[in-house]
Design a protein around this ligand. Sequence first.
Ligand SMILES: Nc1ncnc2c1ncn2[C@@H]1O[C@H](COP(=O)(O)OP(=O)(O)OP(=O)(O)O)[C@@H](O)[C@H]1O
Ligand SMILES: [Mg+2]
Length: 247
Amino acid sequence: MAKELLKVTDVYKSFGGLTAVNGVSFSIYEGETVGLMGPNGAGKTTLINLISGTLPVDSGKIEFAGTDITNLPPWKRCKLGLARTYQIPRPFPGLLTSANIVVGALCGKDMTERSLMDASAEAMHYLEIVGLFHKRNVKAEELSLYELRLLELARALATTPKLILLDEVVAGLNPAEADEAVKLIERIKDYFGVTVLWIEHVMAVLMKAASRVIVLHYGQKIAEGSPQEVARNPQVIEAYLGEEVNV
Ligand SMILES: Nc1ncnc2c1ncn2[C@@H]1O[C@H](COP(=O)(O)OP(=O)(O)OP(=O)(O)O)[C@@H](O)[C@H]1O
Ligand SMILES: [Mg+2]
């Protein structure tokens, strides 16, 4: 049995009167690719924000690699091996693409473990892996959406994570780019052995890539299981009625 890497227990988060995450519990085991689905506004990004520490929980517990991280700041979670990408890319726009990745390399471990020169060399390695090496000397603000998604992946990888939280990788990409992005994530998984929690609206992507899928609806977990089980689940079908779902 694989080791439990992430354990989310009865987590709540409200914004004013709106409960965006409403008593969610689940675990992720080492080596898994877990898909996180749900209609717009279901609470997927909020849940990622709670796990990464971008937002504090109202209540509940989050454990990562055996440590209670519920109240740790994001940078401490990062050093424990938790990395994320953003639904709307958040580069350091005025910095060169390479420098964006150096930031990741410097943040992932104690500064004493990594010199700036080491971090720069590592950044080049990650830029090559994601196919962005040729853009290393371009400012991040000049990159296309696809290139920004690659930048976010490289920056996350540079922190040497155990778990990557991906918030919509293929949204807004053309079919060829989307295909490339999915293949890249599969290569990254094989190469680094990293565990992935992956939000995506396109069910076809998760049907192929995920070993397990969790479905949120109005902040609650309404289904969890293999992609096939979840796609057949009446509650899931109901939740997606009126939405375009590529099952
Ligand atoms: N910082 C915030 N302040 C106020 N409301 C918020 C905030 N973040 C999210 N919300 C609200 O919480 C709910 C869940 O939003 P969230 O972004 O988590 O949904 P999502 O499942 O990621 O949706 P999408 O598929 O559109 O990205 C929404 O109603 C949203 O408007
Ligand atoms: Mg979202």
